[in-house]
Write a protein that binds this ligand. Structure first.
Ligand SMILES: Cc1ncc(COP(=O)(O)O)c(C=O)c1O
Length: 477
């Protein structure tokens, strides 16, 4: 009975939420009263109250004393940050900046309020479930953990991963997977399989700063393709760049891009893959955030449209389960698979058996899918709550686009506010934020910051955001 009630309140809350987000309910509109819903829907008063509390927590509705529940505006939901059309037009080598290294270190400092790092709070990880699974490892299981795994990865883990693509990525088999140490190793191996030093790689502008470090190490040239905060990489700009540069590979994020949160619409994804297939250019896709969608279903990876085995999909469980379990993977066709396995063997022999074992058990037990359902809810709430706080405490002339998934917010600061200065001032107050400058070459995005919403929204986070808001005002010319 308890479960049934829980289900009913969730169904009601989800239905109202959908109707708010698709505009059926308009901002400021009053919701039907608890009594009306009780009579019309034949639901108990407590079920309806619970649904309303859930919607209030998400920041979608508010109670007005003696009046009822009203639809609250989600600040910035329809706002667009204009694409600034940045990007380098000719290939350049990357020289890592001191500030980029420093920011990466600061983000890992547990004493700072974590608005910078794109990592989930441990409170959102299914710690008890993982401990239970580890405790239950049998003697036989433990013995198998002491040997080297296969360079390609444990067969059962690859089977579990392949099962998750049923109806989603046609024809993908366990044999198409190469298990890696997180997405970072997946990206490194994929790049090494398709480019060599001095080649040119096209990336998004702005992009995930970790990719810049990897590309610098590899000694390749990069061209930056302007990327829209809503619709992702600009295909016309990419076409022009292909015509003028000898691009050997592209590295893009189509689903909830880091740092923008952009999601490439399906028709644009298809066009992008067709273009690259036509030019025989390998496409490495970094897909770490796609499971954290807000809509009805997980957005498709670019690989879905690949007809020439040129797309290498790289991802991991770091953004959805635990970055400490270094389990990631590449999905590759026969064209690059053997080369990738060879590279994996040369780089790290194989991924840790223990990590793979734990991950396999989590997938097999159904615990991962259950956890994901909760996590999607939590990260969406966190994102909306932070957006509300930004709306309340930041100056009104900032811009922000609320993404349709993931947990990152890209904020355009008022003109003249330098994100590096803001970063140092925030650090003095023990708050870490990510200055936009480190997400691209040559000092672009000086007036942008990325705020991560990977932690449950608490009073400390509210105060931290209020402090960042004050600092922005202080630095405004
Ligand atoms: C877009 C993107 N790709 C890859 C990574 C690294 O993932 P992993 O920890 O699995 O190596 C991150 C982590 O921040 C990321 O944001």
């Amino acid at each position: 009975m308890k479960d049934k009630n829980r289900y009913l309140y969730k169904v009601l809350a989800t239905d109202i939420e959908k109707k708010i987000l698709n505009g059926t309910y308009v901002i400021g509109e009053k919701l039907p009263s608890i009594r009306e819903l009780h009579t019309n829907l034949n639901l108990s008063i407590s079920t309806i109250c619970k649904a309303f509390v859930e919607l209030e927590r998400t920041g979608l509705i508010e109670v007005r004393p003696k009046s009822g529940y009203y639809i609250k505006p989600i600040p910035f939901l329809d706002q667009k940050i204009p694409s600034i059309g940045a990007g380098s037009h000719s290939p350049q080598k990357i020289e890592s900046s001191f500030i980029s290294n420093e920011v990466q270190l600061a983000m890992r400092n547990p004493n700072y309020l974590p608005l910078g790092t794109a990592a989930l709070s441990i409170d959102l990880m299914p710690v008890k479930e993982i401990i239970r699974l580890i405790k239950n490892v049998s003697y036989r299981g433990i013995k198998s953990i002491f040997s080297y795994s296969l360079p390609q990865g444990e067969p059962e883990l690859r089977r579990q991963l392949a099962l998750r693509t049923v109806g989603f990525l046609e024809g993908v088999l366990p044999d198409n997977y190469i298990v890696t140490n997180g997405c970072t190793e997946a990206l490194v191996l994929a790049l090494k399989a398709v480019v060599k030093p001095e080649d040119t790689v096209a990336i998004e502008s702005p992009t995930f700063y970790g990719i810049l470090t990897v590309l610098e190490e590899m000694g390749v040239y990069v061209v930056e393709i302007p990327t829209d905060p809503v619709e992702g990489v600009n295909i016309e700009a990419l076409e022009n760049s292909i015509a003028t540069n000898n691009i050997k590979a592209c590295l893009f994020m189509s689903n909830f891009q880091n740092p923008l949160g952009s999601l490439i619409p399906d028709e644009k994804k298809e066009k992008l893959v067709r273009l690259l297939n036509h030019h025989e250019i390998p496409l490495i896709e970094d897909d770490v955030y796609s499971s954290l969608y807000h809509g009805k279903e997980r957005p498709k990876p670019l690989k879905f449209w690949d007809r020439k085995e040129l797309v290498l999909t790289c991802t991991s469980f770091s953004k959805t389960l635990a970055p400490g379990l270094r389990v990631g993977w590449i999905i590759a066709g026969n064209r690059f698979k053997n080369r990738l396995i060879e590279l994996k063997r040369e780089t790290s022999i194989a991924t840790s058996c223990l990590d793979q074992y734990v991950m396999t058990e989590i997938l097999k037990s159904g615990a991962y899918d259950k956890h994901l359902r909760h996590l999607r809810n939590s990260t969406r709430k966190q994102l909306y709550n932070v957006a509300h706080a930004i709306h309340e405490y930041f100056p009104k002339n900032i811009r922000l686009a609320v993404p349709k998934g993931g947990f990152l917010l890209w904020v355009q600061l008022p003109e003249g506010v330098d994100s590096i200065e803001l970063y140092y001032k925030a650090l003095e107050k023990q708050i870490s934020i990510l200055p936009g400058t480190i997400c691209a070459l040559s000092n672009q995005y000086k007036e942008y910051i990325r705020i991560s919403c990977g932690h449950p929204f608490t009073e400390d986070i509210r105060k931290g955001i209020a402090m960042v808001g004050d600092l922005i005002r202080e630095l405004s010319p």
